[in-house]
Design a protein around this ligand. Structure first.
Ligand code: COA
Length: 301
C-alpha cells in the first residue's frame, strides 16, 4: 500500500533529520520546506517500487522535477529509460494543477496541526492522512472504476439512465464540481493534455480511453448534464492521463499528495510566519439532551 508507506515515512522524516526543526527560525522553516518538496516524490516513487518488488531508482539532479519523478517510477537498473518530453509535460501539468486549492480538507488539516507548533513533517503527514479518504483524494480513481464498470460504448446509454434516475444514487464520476459551475478551467487544460498523451502513445484504440471519449461526448451533449452545468472535472481527465502513463490506481492518491505537498508546505509556512497566528481551536456547541434520568446497568436493555 504506497499510501500507507507515504503517510508513515513522511512523519518519520522528523526522526531522520535532526536539524531544521526549530520552526521559530526562518532558515529551519526553509530547509524543512525544501526537504519535504524534494523528498516526497522520492518516497512516493520508492513506495511504488517497493510495492511491485523492483529496486529503488535514485533521484537525478540533472532532470526537472517531473522528469525525475517519472524516471524514479519507471526506470529499471540496466535499462536506459528515456523520459518522453510529452509525458513529462503532462506530469508537470497534473502536479501544477493539483498543487493548491484553497481550504480543502487536507490543507485545513495541515494548518490545524501546524497551529499547535508541531514539526512540519508531522503536519504534512497529517495532510496525507486527510487526503487518503475517498471523499477527498479518490475521485479520479472512482472515475476510472466507473469506466471499467460501464465496460464498452454500448453500456453508456443504460448507465446514463441509472445516473438520471432519481431513485438511484449512481452519479457520473468525474463530472460536476461544488465550486465550478461552468467548465473547470483546470479540466480544460487537462483535457488537451489527455488528448496529447493518448496520441503520443498511440492509445487511440485503447478501449477504456475510447469509452471515456465517447462518454464525454454523450454527456456534454445531454440536456440532463447541460442544464445542471455538469462538466467533466479535473479528476475525469487526470485519471485517464495517469492510466495512459501506466500509473496504477493504487498510486493515484500518492501522486495527488506529491503535487499537494507544495501547497501544504506553502500554507504551513504562511501560517507560521503570521505573527497573529494562534492555535486553531474550534468551539463545540452542545445540542444533546439537557437532563437524563440515571438507569442502572442491570435495567439497561
Ligand atoms: C462534485 C459534486 C459533489 C458537486 O456536487 P454539488 O455541487 O453539491 O451538486 P448537487 O449535489 O447540488 O447537484 C446538483 C444537481 O446535479 C446533479 N448532479 C451533480 N453531480 C452529478 C453527477 N456527477 N452525476 C449526476 N448528477 C449529478 C444532482 O443530482 C442534482 O440534480 P437535481 O437538481 O435534479 O437534484 C458532484 O457533482 C459529484 O458528486 N460529482 C461526482 C464525483 C466527483 O467527480 N467528485 C470530484 C469533484 S472534484
Amino acid at each position: 500500500r504506497p499510501m500507507a508507506i507515504l503517510c508513515g515515512t513522511v512523519g518519520a522524516l522528523s526522526a531522520f533529520y535532526h536539524d531544521g526543526l526549530d520552526i521559530s527560525q526562518a532558515e529551519d522553516r526553509d530547509l524543512s520546506a525544501r526537504r519535504l518538496i524534494a523528498k516526497v516524490p522520492t518516497i512516493a516513487a520508492w513506495a511504488y517500487k517497493y510495492s511491485i518488488g523492483e529496486p529503488f531508482i535514485y533521484p537525478d539532479e540533472e532532470m526537472s522535477f517531473s522528469e525525475n519523478f517519472l524516471h524514479m517510477l519507471f526506470a529499471r537498473p540496466g535499462n536506459h529509460y528515456r523520459v518522453n518530453p510529452v509525458l513529462a509535460r503532462a506530469m508537470d501539468r497534473i502536479l501544477l494543477l493539483h498543487a493548491d486549492h484553497e481550504q480543502n480538507a487536507s490543507t485545513t488539516t495541515v494548518r490545524l496541526v501546524g497551529s499547535t507548533g508541531a514539526n512540519p513533517y508531522a503536519c504534512i503527514s497529517a495532510g496525507i492522512a486527510a487526503l487518503w479518504g475517498p471523499a477527498h483524494g479518490g475521485a479520479n480513481e472512482a472515475a476510472l472504476n466507473m469506466l471499467q464498470s460501464i465496460g464498452t460504448r454500448e453500456g453508456i446509454p443504460s448507465f446514463l439512465e441509472q445516473v438520471k434516475d432519481k431513485n438511484s444514487s449512481v452519479r457520473l464520476m468525474g463530472f460536476g464540481h461544488r465550486v465550478y459551475k461552468n467548465f473547470d478551467p483546470r479540466a480544460k487544460i487537462l483535457q488537451a493534455t489527455c488528448h496529447e498523451v493518448i496520441s503520443e502513445l498511440g492509445l487511440e484504440r485503447d478501449p477504456l480511453l475510447d469509452l471515456a471519449k465517447e462518454l464525454e461526448r454523450v454527456a456534454t451533449e445531454d440536456d440532463y448534464f447541460v442544464s445542471r452545468k455538469l462538466y467533466p472535472n479535473v479528476d475525469f481527465y487526470s485519471g485517464l492521463i495517469l492510466k495512459a502513463l501506466g500509473i496504477p490506481t493504487s498510486m493515484f492518491t500518492v501522486l495527488f499528495a506529491v503535487a499537494r505537498t507544495v501547497g501544504w508546505v506553502s500554507q504551513w509556512k504562511e501560517m507560521i510566519e503570521d505573527p497573529a497566528g494562534r492555535i486553531t481551536r474550534p468551539r463545540q456547541l452542545y445540542v444533546g439532551e439537557t437532563k437524563r434520568e440515571f438507569v442502572s446497568m442491570s435495567d439497561r436493555g
